[in-house]
Ligand binder design. Structure first.
Ligand code: P6P
Length: 332
């Protein structure tokens, strides 16, 4: 394949200008690449591997049944990251507490190893989401909570893997967003989507409208705004909701749109987790020319208070998030 770049080549190229490259960060990304290939292989066989399907019997901090594939994915990422010595700690949706790893490691990672797991058994795209920071506490000591409770603006990298009709790894280190498509035949990711940006005009809105009557007036008004017929602003927009965050986010990144998981009367902070769902996708959204907000504040400016805290999450084209924020702020 003439002049097609692999993820490995790209990582090495990027290493030259990354935060005083010592190769450690490249090693970290390579661990994520490796684990994603192993998880991809199992996800693609989930329908056949009855021992994988079905609940693992445990429940995670969300009180959700842990699908065996959730547990499998979590273990694969932890194993790959532990093996590289560059990580001092891991926070995962599947673990109530953070996991100290190597006291000499300079990076921490927060991850949702397999988001959208309820879609596993209906063969809908699911994903891995990750967020990477430099540690705050001194190298050589055991990692502490403060290493994980950093604002999203402190991320050094963030990304996701989408296990869909094809498997892609999409990530940023703060110099734009690049997407790599996996060729399972040779086990290599190729740079297929260089410098990803939201299209100028978004026309898709993604929300579980079953929650509509539990949302604030501003959110309801925005949904009505999306449905209003107005050719000058290319409305009505199109409603698309897969119910798998990575799949909805990825489609909107490519086609343009807004993803919304608002606060509801059942959950005043919505459903999605700040550390390993909202912050990493917010970093990507901003690097792709978009925006991510809780309706009032930039997601990446929110000071975390605990590992699994939830925040309302609105992300996508800037003009769409701006309009939603305008209607929400009028509520007060
Ligand atoms: P609802 C999946 O469980 C998830 O965390 C996201 O992937 C998805 O966007 C959202 O929840 C779906 O939630 O309440 O619409 O089913």
């Amino acid at each position: 394949m003439e002049n097609v770049k692999t993820l490995g080549e790209f990582i090495i190229e990027q290493q030259t200008d990354f935060h005083g490259s010592t190769g450690e960060f490249s090693s970290l990304l390579s661990a994520i690449r490796l684990a994603s290939k192993v998880v991809n292989q199992q996800v693609n066989k989930a329908g056949l591997m009855s021992h994988i399907l079905g609940s693992a019997g445990g429940t995670n901090i969300q009180g959700e049944d842990q699908q065996k594939l959730d547990v499998f994915a979590n273990n694969q990422f932890i194993k790959a990251l532990t093996g590289r010595k560059v990580i001092c700690g891991i926070a995962s949706e599947e673990n109530d507490e953070y996991i100290p790893i190597n006291n000499d490691g300079r990076y921490i990672i927060a991850m949702d190893p397999l988001d959208g797991s309820s879609n596993i058994e209906v063969n809908v795209s699911i994903g891995t989401i990750f967020s990477i920071y430099h540690r705050i506490t001194p190298v050589g000591q055991q990692v502490r909570a403060e290493d994980f409770l950093q604002k999203g603006s402190q991320q050094v990298a963030a990304g996701y893997v989408i296990y869909g009709s094809s498997t892609m790894l999409v990530y940023t280190t703060g110099n734009g967003v690049n997407g790599f498509t996996y060729d399972p035949g040779i086990g290599v990711y190729f740079l297929s989507h260089p410098d990803m940006k939201f299209p100028a005009q978004g026309k898709v809105y993604s929300m579980n409208e079953g929650n509509m009557n539990k949302c604030s007036a501003g959110v309801k008004q925005y949904i009505e705004y999306c449905k209003h017929v107005d050719s000058a602003t290319k409305r009505p927009y199109t409603g698309r909701y897969i119910g798998s965050l990575v799949a909805d986010f990825h489609r909107n990144l490519i086609k343009g749109g807004i993803y919304m998981y608002p606060a509801t009367t059942d959950s005043e902070n919505g459903k999605l987790r700040l550390l390993y769902e909202c912050n990493p996708l917010a970093f990507i959204a901003e690097q792709a020319g978009g925006k991510a907000s809780d309706g009032y504040r930039r997601i990446m400016d929110i000071e975390p208070v605990n590992l699994h805290q939830r925040v309302p999450f609105f992300t996508g084209n800037t003009h769409m998030v701006d309009k939603l924020e305008e209607l929400i702020k009028q509520e007060k």
